[in-house]
Design a protein around this ligand. Structure first.
Ligand code: SF4
Length: 387
């Protein structure tokens, strides 16, 4: 039994326990993975479809794209996007040659668009320097958006390098295995020490993937499947019956609700006005209908009229309301109200955006939109189709 008092470093006693159980943890995990792991994911295979051996090198580009997609997205959601991306941008050169708009369009629906921008930016930078993608962790960490864990996951998958990983899944497994009594963030270097100690240096590729698969398939966030877990006999959370209460969660910050008025402006030809967001920041480079936050004391129609004046320099009559819906982001909840608008005066110009464009409604599908605005595109299509 492991001694209980925790700090951000293992005590000698805890280290001794870990050294004693590590061989069994590693071998039982790898045995489990041989039978139940997701070993046939396309970026985990050699180009001819075989499983890689310890000395094989996998192509780095598909692994890089996959690991960046998986940073904030579950595998089942990411997989079809990865396939689409691979057929649209099969290699670094084709990605570097694509426009920002094509890249964002291909990513549309996956969220956290900064990831797509960083992939694109890295491809352009490498192509300009005549370099290929690095395959070692240190080189990968120089690329935009890659921290230690993602760089290590790519390096170990590609070249079987002895780089441990510590993503959210792995943190959850370790917090339960140790029955860690605080949020994982407070573990400091403790969990890194643990994965370093456990890492199978001759088979880091398989070990890391097995650990990730254990977190995703067995030691799941809400309902861990302890009966099928290879680590059950050493798991302190399971031993105490508290696996569903761990990891300890940080008290969530209150999520503010924001009301947003959006103007869908149609001109006399039937074209609709859209604007492209500034290149950086949240949803950078995506297109949207103009609009913004409701100010105190405003009706939503007044918000729309004011925002259109401020954002694109148009005086409009706002109404009727086309649709209203809630949309949740990680840190805030928005209620969107989209109004059909008629221009009274002014010429549209990009005051707050990169550029504005008048577009036939049927052509909106060629532009990348954030999910909330894609919903408005659909509503507009239905409105016009039924009009
Ligand atoms: S026994 Fe249960 S809680 Fe412990 S590591 Fe396995 S799945 Fe997670």
């Amino acid at each position: 039994m492991m001694p209980g008092k925790w700090s951000t470093a293992f005590t000698q006693q805890q280290k001794a326990w870990l050294r004693r159980v590590a061989p069994h943890l590693v071998s039982s995990l790898l045995n489990w993975w041989q039978r139940h792991g997701r070993r046939d994911l396309p970026w985990r295979l050699l180009p001819d479809g075989r499983q890689p051996g310890p000395d094989d090198l996998l192509p780095v580009y598909p692994v890089w794209v996959a690991e960046v997609m998986l940073q904030q997205t579950r595998l089942t959601v990411a997989l079809p996007f990865w396939r689409r991306w691979r057929s649209r941008f099969p290699d670094l050169e084709s990605l570097a040659a694509a426009s920002r708009q094509e890249v964002l369009h291909c990513w549309q629906g996956l969220g956290y668009y900064v990831r797509a921008r960083r992939l694109h930016e890295a491809a352009i930078r490498l192509a300009a320097a005549g370099r290929s993608l690095p395959t070692d962790r240190a080189g990968l960490e120089q690329l935009p958006g890659l921290g230690r864990t993602t760089a290590a996951a790519i390096a170990a998958t590609v070249g079987n390098s002895p780089d441990p990983i510590l993503d959210g899944n792995v943190q959850r497994v370790l917090a339960r295995l140790l029955a860690f009594p605080a949020p994982p963030r407070q573990a400091g270097p403790l969990f890194w020490t643990m994965v370093e100690l456990l890492l199978d240096h001759r088979g880091a590729r398989d070990f890391n993937q097995a650990l990730m698969d254990l977190g995703a398939l067995v030691c799941r966030p809400r309902a861990p499947l302890c009966q099928g877990c290879p680590w059950q006999s050493h798991c302190h959370a399971y031993g105490k019956g508290i696996q569903r209460q761990l990891p300890v969660r940080q008290a969530p910050a209150p999520i503010p609700r924001v009301m947003v008025g959006v103007g869908i402006v149609l001109d006399h030809r039937g074209k609709v006005l859209i604007g492209q967001r500034q290149p950086d920041g949240l949803l950078g480079g995506l297109w949207e209908f103009p609009g913004g936050k409701q100010e105190p004391g405003e009706t939503m129609a007044e918000t729309v009229a004011r925002e259109l004046q401020e954002e694109v320099g148009l005086t409009v009559a706002a109404g009727p309301e086309l649709l209203r819906f809630d949309h949740a982001y990680t840190h805030r909840r928005l209620t969107f109200a989209a109004y059909l608008c008629r221009v009274l005066a002014g010429e549209a110009r990009p005051v707050a955006s990169q550029q504005v464009a008048w577009v036939w409604p049927r052509d909106l599908r060629h532009y990348p939109f954030p999910a909330a605005h894609a919903r408005m595109v659909q509503a507009l299509g239905e409105h016009l189709g039924g009009a």
